[in-house]
Design a protein around this ligand. Structure first.
Ligand code: SF4
Length: 578
């Protein structure tokens, strides 16, 4: 776009993806649709004709990051490429579709989760909208210039009749420079974030952005949907379902992403087959609740089933041909090729004996499960509406570990939930200590508007939430060190990802966990010397969120290899070729 006019050649689009792996798959679908429709994708967003920001709005911090990114992009556009269309997609418009057009008037178009496959036409509409806005702005400038000319003429007439002193004040440059600086300055971050949630009337908005957001999303991609993968060649995310039927009192996801809807099993198998043929060695199954896969497809289905007892009973009554996570895992396991299937986002209430047996019997399913528990104290589980009791969770973990030898369990907890007493928190610490989870992440509770938990009494101060998060992670650090140490001397299978950089070799110390391990320079000497290392992952490490295996010497990238563990850091292993 030049001065609001389309440039020669295909429309050039930049895309910024925020948030989780599920959002990343939506981004990949948008890229696939744009390329199929002949648009060009560019890395340099500043020079693109249109920029799409695929946002996250799960918790406060994610919203803040989304708003910051939108406003930063609008600023870059203002400085460098005023004709550029700005489009915001994903969870933020899905959650705040009513408010955002007034709160973020810089944006030309908002689009929802259901519109990902129509992105090309939305880009075209946004470009037209941008061009129209540019024309309006020019008209306004011309009008204000002629207005200014008539005012100046009036001023001159007035000045002719006044003293020289007054003329000097008006002609001085100091005030003008100050005004320029004030206009150019960015608003402080806190003020920019505060715009979401501020009364709309307090914000100036020249013309309304386009809004294309379905209130209750129902879209689910299929194998034929074009997709341009952003993950490395050797791993991919396979979205098996979308939406969630659970009633968790702290969570906005069901409101944003709609009800649970599974993809047909044949469609998933076709996609998996294609990904494996393309060189994928690890299929990461994702959804909001992978264990509910297929249940929405069953004939004569009643309301959704949340509690473990009802779920187990319903699972037993399914017709033999009904698709479930078990049938999907067995069919994936039977595909030809050398690959792992990694199971992410399972719900503890929906585990069955059959699922445990299925994983145990499918060697291609990684000995790893992701099962967010959120808490262990009975009061907290009840207030969170997790449908699981402490005893049920303890028994389930015991059974999973007994029946699937070598399995690594990843979980997440929320600390600082309303009403979490010191005794509740201590019970959680004790549970972390006793259970010795292989992988743990801890979130501080985020008070999300529109949820039951947000209205609960006894909200916990931020300072206490952070202290508890740090304490819980410190408890897990001791567990993680012991688990890493237990691997020394063993030979394990890993997937080699890439060569390490000098910076990575220095930054091996884990300083915090925010959706994944955050690494910084080691305070002492790095346990890694200056030899050549490769970053690999074992079965117990999911991409981006878990630990790594640093392997000395040459490794074939994107391939499996056997390595011998010779040392460890806090959360990572150090190895050499076996
Ligand atoms: S299971 Fe609970 S926490 Fe997870 S997406 Fe559904 S409502 Fe949210």
């Amino acid at each position: 776009m030049k001065n609001g006019q389309p440039a020669e050649g295909p429309v050039r689009v930049g895309l910024i993806s925020l948030g989780c792996a599920k959002n990343l798959v939506d981004t990949e679908i948008m890229l696939g649709s744009l390329l199929k429709d002949g648009l060009e994708i560019v890395n340099d967003a500043a020079s693109a004709d249109a920029v799409i920001i695929n946002t996250c709005a799960f918790i406060d911090a994610a919203q803040a990051e989304s708003v910051d990114t939108i406003l930063e992009s609008a600023q870059v556009r203002e400085a460098q490429n005023r004709g550029q269309a700005l489009i915001v997609s994903g969870c933020l418009p899905q959650r705040f579709r009513g408010e955002l057009p007034r709160l973020l008037p810089e944006v030309d178009a908002f689009m929802g989760i259901d519109q990902v496959a129509q992105v090309s036409s939305i880009v075209q509409q946004a470009l037209q909208q941008r061009a129209q806005r540019m024309r309006n702005a020019e008209r306004k400038t011309r009008n204000s210039k002629s207005n200014a000319a008539s005012r100046l003429a009036e001023l001159n007439r007035h000045l002719a009749a006044t003293t020289h002193d007054q003329e000097e004040t008006l002609g001085g440059s100091e005030k003008f420079d100050k005004t320029k600086a004030a206009i150019a300055q960015r608003a402080p971050r806190a003020a920019r974030r505060a715009r979401v949630g501020r009364p709309a009337s307090s914000i100036r908005h020249p013309a309304s952005p386009l809004v294309n957001v379905q209130v209750r999303p129902s879209y689910i991609p299929d194998y034929a949907t074009p997709r341009f993968r952003l993950t490395p060649r050797h791993f991919a995310y396979l979205k098996i379902a979308e939406g969630c039927n659970h009633p968790c009192s702290f969570c906005v996801i069901p409101r944003m992403r709609g009800s649970h809807r599974s993809r047909p099993q044949a469609d998933l198998i076709a996609e998996a087959r294609q990904l494996i043929a393309d060189g994928v060695k690890e299929l990461n199954l994702i959804s909001q609740d992978s264990t509910y896969y297929g249940f929405d497809l069953r004939p004569n289905r009643a309301a959704s089933i949340a509690s473990p007892e009802k779920f187990s009973a319903a699972a037993k009554n399914l017709p033999a041909t009904a698709p479930t996570l078990c049938t999907l895992l067995r069919e994936l396991n039977a595909l030809a090729g050398h690959f792992w299937v990694r199971l992410l986002y399972t719900h503890p209430a929906h585990w069955t004996d059959e699922l445990i047996q299925t994983i145990a019997e499918c060697p291609k399913v990684a000995r790893y499960v992701d099962m967010p528990l959120q808490h262990i104290h009975e009061n907290m589980l009840e207030r969170m509406r997790r449908e699981t009791s402490r005893q049920y969770i303890v028994d389930l973990i015991r059974k999973i570990r007994a029946d699937i030898p070598g399995i690594a369990i990843r979980t997440t907890f929320i600390v600082g939930f309303p009403g979490e007493t010191e005794a509740c928190f201590q019970a959680l610490l004790e549970f972390i200590r006793e259970t010795q989870f292989e992988r743990v992440g801890v979130f501080t509770y985020s008070q999300e508007a529109g949820t039951r938990a947000a209205k609960m009494e006894n909200q916990i101060p931020d300072r206490v939430k952070k202290q508890r998060r740090d304490q819980a992670m410190a408890e897990q650090l001791r567990v993680a060190r012991r688990i890493c140490a237990s691997f020394v001397g063993r030979t394990i299978k890993v997937l080699a990802e890439r060569e390490t950089s000098e910076n990575e070799l220095r930054n091996t110390s884990v300083v915090s966990w925010e959706h994944g391990l955050i690494r910084e320079a080691s305070a002492g000497r790095s346990p890694l010397d200056h030899r050549r290392y490769f970053v690999a992952r074992g079965e117990a490490d999911a991409p981006d969120i878990d630990g790594r295996v640093y392997v000395r010497g040459e490794q074939p990238l994107g391939e499996f290899a056997f390595v011998k563990i010779i040392g460890h850091t806090d959360y990572d292993l150090i190895a050499e070729p076996a």
